[in-house]
Design a protein around this ligand. Sequence first.
Ligand SMILES: Cc1ncc(COP(=O)(O)O)c(C=O)c1O
Length: 462
Amino acid sequence: MSSFDAATLPLLAEALAHLDVGFAALPPFEPTSAPPSAGDEARLREALLALAERLRDNFPYAHPLYAGQMLKPPHPVARLAYALAMFVNPNNHALDGGRATSRLEREVVGELAAMVGFEPHLGHLTSGGTMANLEALWIAGRLAPGRAIVASRQAHYTHARISSVLGLPFDAVDADARGRLDLGALSARLSRGDVGCVVATLGTTGFGAIDRLPEILALARQHGARVHVDAAYGGYFKLIDELSADARAAFARVGEADSLVIDPHKHGLQPYGCGCVLFRDPSVGRFYQHDSPYTYFTSDELHLGEISLECSRPGAAAAALWATHRLLPPVRGGEFAARLSASRAAALALVTHLRASPDWLVPLAPELDIVVWAPLPAGPARASEISALSRRVFDEAARRQLHLALITLPTAMLVAADAAPALEADAPTTICLRSCLMKPEHAEWLERITSSLDESLAAARA
Ligand SMILES: Cc1ncc(COP(=O)(O)O)c(C=O)c1O
């Protein structure tokens, strides 16, 4: 059985022939590279097979036994649509370079905006979450020059870096015991009167924690600060109900933020190169205005380069997302949402398994589909021993083809956990295990995952 889905490839040839009809009026032309001569074809084949060989050097990201970092395989429709659009290779900077895909981009961005409740909106796709967050913080800086950006210590590390690139002061405030931005710390920081924008993360990278958006909105408004929601990973979970009351309350209010980032290349089934930034007030588009004497000629309609910091951007990314939305609309109750529910169910089932055993410690209940847990030594537990054991379990699991991730937590979080054993905090931080159960297949593979985990712990303790 193949690890990769090749069965859909004939559809690409069919769709390509269909696309070709649209250009049938052109005089015949032979591209220099196709069809290749016999010698060319052999060289092409050699290059591709050599690449396939090199690509074997990867973890099996698409397989359910890959349960480590935040990686999710694109849906076949996204792969095919991206490949199809690449034959045109449109550039969504301007309608001149990507007319059809610019329109597709505006449609999909509108659908994402409707999903989060940004109506009206201004937004576009980006190369990923970092670029999307950069644009949101850049606008925050343009509206409140010199004022600080504030985020929790659990926010993505790029917020500090982006602020430094933008020349804006940045402050990290503490997180609470559930890994959420601490409201007391935020209130104290806001009362200094120099904060321009608070970043609320809905789905932190480490644990999937959900910052308390309703309270953050109230505090930020009280102090005249903007609110930017980083939902790069967690945003799509707005579509499902199987979340804690706090998480649901946060997602219910995202439409009130000033800007929001969501990454279709995380939970949106897209290949890398697809983030999205949204603004609730379309008039921020004025900050993007530029004059270039050589770009926009074919239409007075909006060119996406007029509302994006990047110039060239792949129209193929918009095409892939558009085809995915057509097949699996990002709406409540649909098939796309059911896939998220399966990931969430897998995370909860893993936690149930771990909590049923004295061998593991789960310091905090997962809010989405990321689970963090610690293996416990057979005898009394010391933080440094847990760290060493986590590394051994990680290696033993990899030997059994189960691929996990690691995370460094403040030891205090383990000590404070419900049902924590007496634990000697001989180090300020402790290495734990982490799994992003982002594939719906994880739910079906859970028994295999948990039995491999238990075996890995037994081997690591031996
Ligand atoms: C919450 C959050 N924000 C931002 C990013 C950065 O996104 P990207 O890696 O697409 O640049 C990530 C990446 O994991 C993330 O989890």
